[in-house]
Design a protein around this ligand. Structure first.
Ligand code: NAD
Length: 252
């Protein structure tokens, strides 16, 4: 099965990250794949793996989503190398555990730049083509921390930035709905990735898992499956929604 459309996934270079899993899942559903990442080598590596393992066209492009020129250049490259863009997954994100009383202005700005402005810039460049072709799926990576005011790493800047993406998604869903473009958010809880494995001490992770109703951390596949579902052509009536993917952690 092929969609004859391209899914653009930002921050998909990370080995064992949510972006990589999403690229694989969307490729398995027939999408051609553009892997964007600030790290050019890993973007190209992941794209080569996807195309080798899944038999779709895939292209890896260096792109810092906070840099207007790089976003412009990457979008143009994807449009010239691959079939028309049909989906955008704004996955590139950075986190920070810094407590509010310790956070610097620069750190606050950087968290917002990557998570919020990066998603804005990518969407601003990609959405016109989606609206013109009257089909599009946009998925933004929020976090359980947007709702709960603290998540895996807990920082105020991160929670605020991920909450901003919820408002962004809902307002955009309203605006782009008539053009056949859906906009949704996913809000993962604790997910086992290199980032969580490297930064969480085992005792902290055990305590967090004990608080999850399903009794386990999420996997990248848990998140990728929901994103792939939202990107299906048949998911045209789902928009402006936030999908909690957290084993029940959102139950208060
Ligand atoms: P990850 O660190 O494995 O992957 C993030 C990727 O983004 C990396 O490949 C990195 O190079 C890239 N990146 C960073 N800054 C960039 C920039 N300016 N431009 C382009 N690419 C950039 O992280 P992950 O755990 O796979 O998380 C993916 C997304 O899911 C993030 O938005 C994160 O906030 C969100 N999330 C993760 C968890 C979790 O527990 N892992 C939970 C909730 C939400």
């Amino acid at each position: 099965m092929t969609q004859n459309r391209t899914a653009v996934i930002t921050g998909a270079g990370s080995h064992r990250g949510i972006g990589q899993a999403t690229a694989n899942a969307l490729a398995a559903a027939g999408w051609h794949i553009a892997v964007l990442d600030i790290d050019e080598a890993s973007a190209k590596e992941r794209a080569a793996e996807v195309s080798r393992d899944r038999g779709v066209s895939a292209f890896g492009v260096a792109c810092d989503v906070t840099d207007v020129d790089q976003v412009d250049a990457a979008t143009i490259t994807v449009e010239s190398e691959l079939p028309p863009i049909g989906a955008l997954v704004n996955n590139a994100g950075i986190t920070s555990p810094t407590r509010f009383l310790d956070v610097t202005d620069d750190e606050w700005d950087r968290i917002f730049e990557v998570n919020v402005r990066g998603s804005y810039l990518m969407t601003k460049r990609v959405a016109p083509g989606l609206a013109e072709r009257e089909f599009g799926r946009i998925v933004n990576l929020s976090s359980v921390s947007a709702e709960r005011g603290g998540g895996v790493f807990g920082g105020v800047a991160y929670s605020a930035a991920k909450a901003a993406l919820l408002g962004f998604s809902r307002a955009l869903a309203r605006e782009l709905g008539p053009s056949g473009v859906t906009v949704n958010s996913v809000a993962p809880g604790l997910v086992d990735t290199d980032i969580t494995a490297g930064k969480l001490v085992p005792e902290r992770k055990e305590a967090m898992v004990a608080d999850i109703p399903t009794g386990r951390a999420g996997t990248v596949a848990d998140v990728a499956d929901v994103i792939t579902f939202l990107c299906r052509p048949e998911s045209s009536y789902l928009t402006g929604v936030t999908y909690d993917i957290n084993g029940g952690s959102h139950i208060h």
